[in-house]
Design a protein. Structure first.
Length: 120
């Protein structure tokens, strides 16, 4: 599995991606997080993509964003991501999802991502 999901003491859902990650695995992780958030009423999600290599093309990205924005609960979540500066695709994903009312931001440091995620 190219990802792990955990919940910390502050009820933040953490998703950590490692190695080669295909669009199917990113979708599986998203679906697991959505199910967990619905079940436990979690509303803060931290994505850590610093140690992975995302393997998908622009068509995959557009389909992923479309399918993500169609989940009703996604509108209620606050999502921060930690990524590498080389992964410009996350800038596109952030912009596209933000225009659909989804509260998501990507950062290059864990401290900034956590600070934004926990800000009210």
């Amino acid at each position: 599995m190219a990802y792990t999901i955990s919940v910390d003491d502050n009820q933040i859902v953490h998703v950590k991606f490692t190695g080669e990650v295909e669009i199917k695995e990113r979708q599986e992780a998203r679906n697991e997080v959505i199910s967990l958030c619905k079940l436990k009423w979690y509303d803060h999600v931290m994505l850590d993509m610093r140690n992975c290599n995302m393997q998908f093309d622009m068509n995959d990205i557009v389909n992923y964003v479309d399918s993500t924005s169609s989940h009703e609960i996604i509108q209620d979540l606050r999502i921060s991501g930690i990524t590498n500066p080389k992964d410009k695709v996350n800038d596109f994903i952030q912009h596209f999802l933000s225009t659909r009312g989804i509260n998501i931001r990507f950062f290059y440091s864990q401290e900034e991502a956590l600070e934004w995620l926990c800000a009210i």
